[in-house]
Design a protein around this ligand. Structure first.
Ligand SMILES: Nc1ncnc2c1ncn2[C@@H]1O[C@H](COP(=O)(O)OP(=O)(O)OP(=O)(O)O)[C@@H](O)[C@H]1O
Ligand SMILES: [Mg+2]
Length: 312
C-alpha cells in the first residue's frame, strides 16, 4: 500500500551558481542550474528526471542529498524540510537518502577494498563489531549478485557492471528509503545496462525503495519509471505517468527526446529517421513558443490528473 503523503516533496527548488569575473572576482551573474523545480516521489515509486546534458538533473539530485546548497525552495523528506537542517541532524535525516553515481570507475575509491567501501556508511552510523560488519557486507554483496569473497578484492578487479553493483550495495547498507541514481547505467555497455536495470528493479521491491532515476536518455528510463519529469534549461517542461509522457507527449521538446531514442527494429529505421527530421524542423520553427514575453519558460499546467505541460 502506498502512503498518501509523498516521501519526497521538492518545492520550487532553485540552485544558482555564481559566475565570477572582473577585478574583484565578484559574482557578475548566475547559472540557473535548477530554476524553480517542483515534484514529488511517493514511497516505493520510481521517478525519472530526464533531459539533455547540462539541463540541471545532477544539480537537482545533489541539492536533495545536500551536496549543493539550495538557493531557495523546500526539500521535504518524510515531511521535514532538509534545506533547513544542518550538521548532525541533517546527516541523520539524509541517511535514508543515498546516491548511486554515473561512473562506477571513478566513484569507488580504488585504494580501498570492497569491504571498506561498502562498510563505510555503516562505520559512520552504526556501532558494529568487525565480525558483524563483515557479515553485513557479505550479505549485501550476495544480495547484489556478487560473491561474498568480493569483499577482499579491489574495484579494478571488477567489470563496470559489477562495480555498479558494488556502488548499489554501498547505497543499500543503511537501508535507505530513497536512492538517487544519477545516470547509473550510462557508462555501461548496452548488454550490461539491461542487467543492471533489472537488478535495480528487483532490489526495489525487496527493500521497498523509491528511486529518483536521472538520465539523459528517455529510452533507458521509460520502462522502469512510474512517472517522468522532462527537464529543460533548469525547469520541468512536462511531467506525467511514464506511459503518458512516452505515448502522448505534449511539449515539442519531449517529442524531440522521444524521436531521438534509437530504433531497434531495422525495418522501422527509415521511418523513424523521417519522424526525427520532421520533429527537429518543428522544434527549430517553434522554439520561440517555449518562452513567455520575458523569455521565461512557462509554468507547468495540468492537462489531466496526472499529466502536466509547460505551455502558454
Ligand atoms: N559546481 C558547479 N559550479 C558552477 N556551475 C555548475 C556546477 N555544477 C553544475 N553547474 C552548471 O549547472 C548546469 C547544470 O549542470 P548539471 O550537472 O546539473 O547538468 P546535467 O543535467 O546533470 O547534465 P549531464 O547530463 O551532462 O550530466 C550546467 O550549466 C553546469 O555547467
Ligand atoms: Mg549530470
Amino acid at each position: 500500500m502506498k502512503k498518501m503523503s509523498p516521501l519526497l516533496s521538492v518545492q520550487r527548488l532553485k540552485v544558482y551558481f555564481p559566475i565570477r569575473g572582473g577585478f574583484w572576482h565578484r559574482a557578475i551573474d548566475h547559472t540557473r542550474a535548477t530554476d524553480d523545480v517542483s515534484f514529488e516521489i511517493m514511497e516505493g515509486e520510481t521517478y525519472g528526471l530526464v533531459g539533455e546534458s547540462g539541463c540541471g538533473k545532477t544539480t537537482t539530485g545533489r541539492a536533495i542529498i545536500g551536496l549543493h546548497k539550495a538557493t531557495s525552495g523546500k526539500i521535504l523528506f518524510d515531511g521535514i524540510d532538509l534545506a533547513k537542517l544542518r550538521g548532525k541532524e541533517r546527516r541523520r535525516r539524509t541517511k535514508d537518502i543515498q546516491m548511486v553515481f554515473q561512473d562506477p570507475y571513478a566513484s569507488l575509491n580504488g585504494r580501498k577494498k570492497v569491504l571498506d567501501i561498502v562498510a563505510e556508511p555503516l562505520r559512520n552510523f552504526e556501532r558494529m563489531s568487525p565480525q558483524e560488519e563483515k557479515r553485513a557486507v557479505q550479505t549485501l554483496l550476495e544480495r547484489v549478485g556478487l560473491d561474498a569473497d568480493a569483499a577482499y578484492r579491489y574495484p579494478h578487479q571488477f567489470s563496470g557492471g559489477q562495480r555498479q553493483r558494488i556502488g548499489i550495495a554501498r547505497a543499500l547498507t543503511l537501508n535507505p528509503k530513497l536512492i538517487i541514481a544519477d545516470e547509473p547505467v550510462s557508462a555501461l555497455d548496452v548488454s550490461v545496462q539491461a542487467q543492471v536495470l533489472n537488478f535495480m528493479q528487483d532490489i526495489q521491491k525487496e527493500f521497498n525503495l523509491a528511486y529518483l532515476f536521472i538520465s539523459h536518455d528517455l529510452g533507458v528510463v521509460q520502462h522502469i519509471c512510474d512517472r517522468i519529469g522532462i527537464m529543460y534549461r533548469g525547469r520541468l517542461v512536462e511531467e506525467g505517468l511514464a506511459e503518458e509522457v512516452y505515448s502522448n507527449p505534449q511539449h515539442l521538446y519531449t517529442k524531440r527526446l522521444i524521436s531521438a531514442i534509437p530504433e531497434m527494429e531495422p525495418a522501422q529505421r527509415l521511418a523513424k529517421r523521417r519522424v526525427r527530421q520532421s520533429v527537429q524542423e518543428q522544434y527549430e520553427g517553434a522554439y520561440d513558443q517555449f518562452f513567455d514575453k520575458d523569455g521565461k519558460l512557462f509554468d507547468l499546467k495540468k492537462i489531466s490528473k496526472t499529466h502536466s505541460v509547460a505551455v502558454p
